[in-house]
Design a binder for this molecule. Structure first.
Ligand SMILES: Nc1nc2c(c(=O)[nH]1)N[C@H]1C(S)=C(S)[C@@H](COP(=O)(O)O)O[C@H]1N2
Ligand SMILES: [Mo]
Length: 424
């Protein structure tokens, strides 16, 4: 396998990789040994498979049944007000299937039928309105891919490396294609003349669940790119993501993406609700709080190799892969370091991500079998560069929980295993 990249000829490359594949799959076997998986008729070819209606709504094949959301039980007192994590170590591309997209509930996931759904717009509007679900489908629709990141993502890592897996350090994120009506369309339907000067107006949005999760959003954002969404990745929202209707607030912290959306009130100031005062603000070193920290700054992380996705082969070709995103717009560049930030190589963007959506990056490289301190560093279209942990702590101190977008380090050992470590 070591010879692989020493040979300049393509034929030698193919011979080399055939041997390497046989070597890794069948242990010590060489490419010359007969492989019964090739030479003998297998069960799956000797009999027929399942008929088309066996599973009317398909599920992942059982061999992938470890690719699931997971929670960290000690993080919260009760699963009703808790969070679980997207298995980003095992996914590729950028779209998160709804079935494994992280969930965050303050009072559990409720079951709200379309027939029982009502959306009220009231406050400083020309005519207060109530929409039924079917009404929403009669307004012009848009489709957009956006990431949704909980502001607490990576929050457990402020003081030092803590959780040993990218699912747990960075998995409070998902990225879906939403279909819905712009919030602007619905606000204009109710009429905003009554609100007068819009520059100092706000909307207060709340959900139908017991927590209501009320949040204040400046009118400028409400009229910019917010979506009242009823489909994700082409199908109805799942219960846990707000069926039948949720608010999408592109680039802004997940808490503002109100699920089971039931009311939008146009107001002349923010409500200063629980979710935007005692929660989701950042206490600085001097005890004062950073407030209205809505936009999720540029961030990236290597998803493989990582603690839950070790290198399972020897030295030679290695694909380093990860995700990058920015609430300010598009990701323009991602750099990868193998030596804890001393030297950097620019990664290939595997998808040209949309603004405020996940971008996939790859570094197609050769591993010499040595230890690595793997890091990724994202840049966005504003020129912003993802900070180191030390840089972030300088500005924000160590009291924070939310909005940790610092560079993450994985220590990859010679046996291919990886561990969460801090290089600040
Ligand atoms: N109604 C309501 N909306 C809510 C919440 C909630 O508990 N109730 N949780 C918020 C938080 S903190 C986050 S991070 C996102 C998570 O969305 P998800 O569960 O679809 O991942 O929803 C937000 N919207
Ligand atoms: Mo959140």
């Amino acid at each position: 396998m070591n010879d692989l990249f020493k040979s300049p000829s393509r034929r030698a490359f193919l011979r080399g990789s055939a041997a390497a594949v046989a070597g890794s799959v069948a242990g010590a076997a060489s490419a010359q040994d007969p492989d019964p998986l090739i030479t003998e008729v297998q069960d799956w070819a000797a009999i027929t498979g399942e008929g088309v209606d066996e599973t009317p709504y398909g599920l992942p094949i059982r061999f992938e049944d470890d690719v699931v959301r997971r929670n960290v039980p000690w993080l919260t007192a009760d699963p009703i007000s808790s969070i679980n994590f997207t298995p980003i170590h095992a996914l590729d591309g950028t779209i998160t299937p709804q079935g494994c997209a992280f969930e965050r509930h303050h009072s559990g996931a409720i079951e709200l039928a379309k027939d029982d759904y009502r959306l009220m717009i009231n406050g400083l509007v020309d005519k207060p309105l109530v929409f039924h679900y079917a009404d929403l489908e009669r307004f012009p629709r848009e489709n957009h891919v956006y990431f949704c990141e909980c502001a607490a993502n990576t929050g457990m890592e402020w003081a030092g490396a803590q959780l040993n897996g990218v699912q747990f350090t960075h998995g409070m994120i998902h990225n879906m294609e939403y279909s819905g009506v712009t919030l602007r369309t619905l606000l204009e339907e109710a009429g905003l003349d009554a609100a007068g000067d819009l520059s100092d107006k706000w909307v207060y949005v709340e959900g139908a669940d017991a927590s209501s999760n009320g949040r204040s959003i400046p009118m400028e954002k409400a009229l910019d790119d917010c979506l009242v969404a009823f489909k994700a990745n082409g199908e109805a929202l799942r219960k846990e993501h707000g069926y039948p209707v949720r608010l999408v607030v592109p680039g802004w912290e997940g808490n503002m993406w109100v699920k089971w959306l039931r009311r939008i009130e146009v107001m002349d100031g923010p409500v200063e609700s629980r979710e935007e005062t005692s929660k989701y603000t950042d206490v600085l070193a001097d005890g004062t709080a950073r407030k209205w920290t809505w936009v999720m700054d540029a961030k990236s992380v290597i998803t493989s190799p990582s603690p839950q996705s070790p290198i399972s082969h020897g030295p030679g070709p290695l694909v380093i892969s990860g995700l990058a995103w920015s609430g300010h717009g598009k990701i323009t560049r991602v750099d990868v370091s193998r030596d804890g930030g001393v030297t950097w190589e620019t990664a290939r963007l595997g998808t040209q991500g949309d603004a405020k959506a996940l971008t996939r990056f790859y570094l197609d490289t050769t591993w010499d079998g040595g230890e690595m301190l793997l890091q990724a560093r994202a840049m966005d279209e504003t020129g912003y560069v993802q900070p180191t942990k030390a840089q972030l702590r300088e500005v924000r101190g160590e009291n924070s929980i939310y909005h940790n977008n610092c560079i993450q380090t994985w220590h990859v050992k010679a046996n291919g295993e990886a561990e969460n470590v801090e290089v600040s």
